[in-house]
Design a protein around this ligand. Structure first.
Ligand SMILES: Cc1ncc(COP(=O)(O)O)c(C=O)c1O
Length: 413
């Protein structure tokens, strides 16, 4: 990944986006002020067209026949995502969710009692639950690297823990669901490569928001959804599997007739590509929609997206900072387009969000059970999350900040 704070490496012309045109291609922009892209981005028209077109084709000629007729389009899922993250199509597996991709990846690691999983205090909730489940079943130990006082993982301390524990797995979430923190995944990856440690990255909130390069990150496995900043459909995600992991022969615990060949009554052989992490059945309209969304993001330009999207969020933070009763919660040296804040007073989470819903402003809530360490450290039980994307406007940022000020100023419920 590049240094997204530095304008010097960027070509200013390539950073200009035609926001009006991009909004015209986003039907949802005419309905709502969508500041919930960290939940699910708004679909662009080409994505919708690809999906609806395929469903119509399935209805007309049959589901199996439709996927055969669109085989080239389906291959586009792999070629587009491979180009997006700088790998080969054979290293990409489709998954129905980031969590499914992550669980499949974990299931391929032959954990033994006493093995260490080294992670951070800001790793995604479901990953933390999966580690606890592995601890319960296999007796692995979970080690959390400490954070710096500024926020975010202390990379040097994490590297020391790598040397001390020789973990079976190092796992880092690039951007958590519950704050704007961006973790230095490439810096951590350099330590993993130096020590030859297996490295899994959760890039769910960063794919489609920042350029990602798996070679630069140095990861063995990477998981993401397509529905958030990539603006793909719900029920889509992917797993990147490095050649190294494929060569070692890692395979998911439950591998099917797509991921393996049944070569003799008592034998099977996993396929040589990341397809060994997939299943036979695919939601083809979703796969085609994800391919279209990835193509769309690449056409818009990841550098331009990474330039504009966190900047809109920073603008929102600047506005919210001046609102009495609002406490911004995002910490760390680099912040993404997830803006989180707590509100003073009597407001309860659901009524607060409903007050925004009533103004057609889409937002999301995060709770302590999504982020036991982070919310414990920040001493909050819930927060509101606002996550703009490049197609949002500066006027919408002002409108949302004014709405928050009005709601907080009106007292709590
Ligand atoms: C950082 C992060 N990782 C993983 C996930 C899980 O993604 P999915 O819902 O596609 O399983 C999320 C969802 O919010 C997330 O924010």
């Amino acid at each position: 990944m590049r240094d997204h704070n530095s304008a010097t490496i960027l070509n200013p012309e390539a950073l200009q986006l035609d926001i009006a045109a991009l909004r015209a291609e986003t039907p949802g922009c005419r309905q709502v002020v969508h500041f919930n892209n960290a939940g699910c981005g708004l679909l662009a028209t080409p994505v919708l067209t690809a999906m609806v077109g395929h469903l119509n084709l399935e209805a007309r000629i049959g589901g199996y026949e439709a996927s055969a007729a669109r085989a080239d389009g389906v291959r586009g899922f792999y070629t587009e995502l491979a180009a997006l993250i700088n790998t080969a199509p054979e290293n990409i597996a489709f998954a129905g969710s980031a969590t499914h991709a992550y669980a499949n990846a974990l299931s391929s690691i032959p954990f033994e009692p006493g093995d260490t999983i080294l992670t951070t205090r800001d790793d995604f909730v479901s990953n933390q639950i999966a580690f606890l489940s592995l601890r319960k079943r296999f007796g692995v130990q979970i080690v959390h690297a400490p954070n710096t006082p500024e926020g975010g993982v202390d990379v040097e301390a994490m590297a020391r823990l790598m040397r001390a524990h020789r973990p079976r797995l190092v796992s880092v979430t690039h951007i958590p669901t519950n704050s704007g923190l961006v973790s230095p995944i490439a810096e951590i990856g350099r330590h993993c490569r130096e020590l030859d440690l297996l490295y899994l990255v959760d890039a769910c909130q960063s794919v489609g928001q920042y350029p990602l390069d798996v070679e630069e990150i140095g990861c063995d496995l990477l998981t993401a959804t397509c529905r958030k900043f990539l603006r793909g459909p719900r029920g889509s995600g992917f797993l990147y599997v490095s050649d190294r992991v494929l060569r070692i022969g890692y395979e998911p615990l439950f591998i099917d007739m797509h991921g393996a060949r049944w070569t003799a009554p008592g034998e099977y052989r996993p396929v040589g590509t990341a397809a060994r992490f997939e299943e036979w059945e695919f939601p083809y309209a979703t796969v085609l929609g994800s391919a279209a969304a990835t193509r769309y993001a690449r056409e818009v330009g990841l550098e331009a997206i990474a330039h504009r999207t966190p900047a809109l969020a920073a603008r929102l933070r600047d506005r919210l900072e001046t609102v009495p009763g609002v406490r911004l919660l995002d910490r760390g040296p680099q912040l993404a387009a997830l803006v989180t804040f707590a509100v003073d007073g009597a407001w309860q989470p659901q009524p607060f969000k409903e007050a925004l819903d009533a103004r057609k402003i889409n937002s999301a809530l995060s709770f302590r059970e999504f982020a036991q360490f982070d919310f414990g450290d920040k001493d909050v039980d819930w927060c509101l999350r606002l996550s703009p994307h490049y197609y949002n406007t500066e006027e919408e940022v002002a409108h949302v900040a004014d709405a928050v000020a009005e709601i907080v100023g009106g007292g709590g419920r």
